[in-house]
Design a protein around this ligand. Structure first.
Ligand SMILES: Cc1cc2nc3c(=O)[nH]c(=O)nc-3n(C[C@H](O)[C@H](O)[C@H](O)COP(=O)(O)OP(=O)(O)OC[C@H]3O[C@@H](n4cnc5c(N)ncnc54)[C@H](O)[C@@H]3O)c2cc1C
Length: 339
């Protein structure tokens, strides 16, 4: 191959793309502002990731021990309301483990990984791909997460709906449970780092869940937070090739953001290889990748954005709960629309 590819951002999209390109022999460098391993705000269940993507990116050995979760218990008003069997099992694995495994696999495959290196976002030379994650947005949502021991789950995956919030509980490694929520930011709520998640749970009317958390053993190093989470679409014009959340962040209730990051990497591999071999111009490569991303994710993103208020606004949640209890909520068609 005659041309090199640079990937800015070593999250799932960036490392997934790096792995896919290295498997085809491309010359690739990933620049990552942080380092590995690291905890990330994430529900840590991957929903809707197909075998083709796993195979194309060479992820089988990295996901081999991920737990397969095939049920979700939905909680409305603090009570279990509806159990849903997932059409395809979700994979549960912490970002602490997964990102580090992918980084190691990428370097083992001959990729160059530059950690602790933040790339200037203004420059967009040919061959540079941006997998830099979500962009800060307003009105602001806050993401909070921690791992806890001694927090047994009633079902494989728990999903709690609160006032301006929703929270997922998911089993990860070493008997830990990941507790991760998306909360409408409350400027009047001041709490220290150690208790901010419990405070937000109580403010959202999820006191019963906060009380369960009080009895569990929190892993202090796993606490993390992100502010300014928003769900706007990525650039469809301009000179930048953006993948993963940098293209668009799907509302997290779908559990599909990680799958989308990896799928977007998969969609970009062939056009980038053609460019690396000198067979296409960068402008055409950019257009082709964008077209593929829009085709694959357009409907999914629109459906998720439409449904998102039903997950966090109490009047719509009540409607959702009533239809779920009555057994008339079309959960399976909705799942397919969102994945
Ligand atoms: C509250 C919450 C819960 C979620 N729960 C789930 C879930 O349960 N399941 C699911 O599938 N998805 C979930 N998601 C979404 C999921 O976390 C993202 O979709 C996924 O992480 C996207 O991967 P990415 O590689 O695009 O971005 P990221 O994983 O964010 O990686 C981007 C990387 O780029 C680096 N970077 C940024 N700028 C630069 C720069 N200038 N130079 C160098 N490096 C840079 C960052 O350090 C980062 O490592 C959740 C999101 C939120 C907010």
């Amino acid at each position: 191959m005659t041309r090199s590819i640079e990937i800015v951002g070593g999250g799932l999209a960036g490392l997934g793309l790096g792995l896919g390109l290295r498997r085809a022999g491309a010359d690739v460098t990933v620049f990552e502002a942080g380092s590995y391993p690291r905890h990330r705000v994430c529900g840590e269940f991957i929903s809707g990731l197909g075998e083709t993507t796993i195979a194309r990116l060479g992820l089988q050995p990295l996901l081999a021990d991920a737990q397969r979760l095939d049920e979700v218990e939905w909680y409305f008003g603090g009570r279990p309301t509806r159990r849903q069997r997932l059409p395809r099992p979700a994979l549960a694995v912490s970002r602490y483990v997964l990102d580090a495994r992918m980084a190691e696999a990428f370097t083992a495959a001959g990729g160059r990984l530059r950690t602790a290196t933040r790339v200037e976002m203004g420059e967009t030379p040919e061959g540079r791909v941006f997998a830099t994650g979500r962009r800060r947005a307003s009105p602001a949502w806050l993401g909070l997460k921690l791992h806890a021991r001694g927090l047994p789950l009633t079902r494989a995956l728990e999903f709690h709906l609160g006032d301006g919030a929703y929270v997922g509980l998911c089993p990860v490694e070493e008997g830990r449970t990941n507790v991760c929520g998306l909360f409408r930011q409350r400027p009047d709520l001041a709490a220290p780092r150690e208790t901010v998640l419990a405070a937000y749970l109580r403010a959202a009317g999820l006191g019963a869940l906060a009380a369960r958390l009080d009895t569990a053993e929190v892993c202090p190093e796993s606490r993390c937070a992100v502010a300014g989470v928003g769900f706007d679409r990525g650039a469809t014009t301009g000179e930048r090739m953006s993948l993963g959340d940098a293209f668009a962040l799907i509302p997290p209730f779908t559990g599909n953001g990680m799958a989308m990051a990896l799928q977007s990497a998969e969609l970009a591999i062939d056009p980038l290889l053609a460019w690396a071999r000198g067979e296409s111009r960068w402008a055409d490569t950019l257009r082709l990748v964008r077209r593929r991303l829009r085709r694959r994710f357009g409907c999914r993103l629109a459906a998720a954005e439409l449904l998102h208020p039903f997950l966090h606004e109490p009047p719509r949640q009540r409607w959702l709960a009533a239809t779920a209890r009555a057994g008339i909520l079309p959960l399976q068609p909705l799942y397919h629309l969102l994945h």
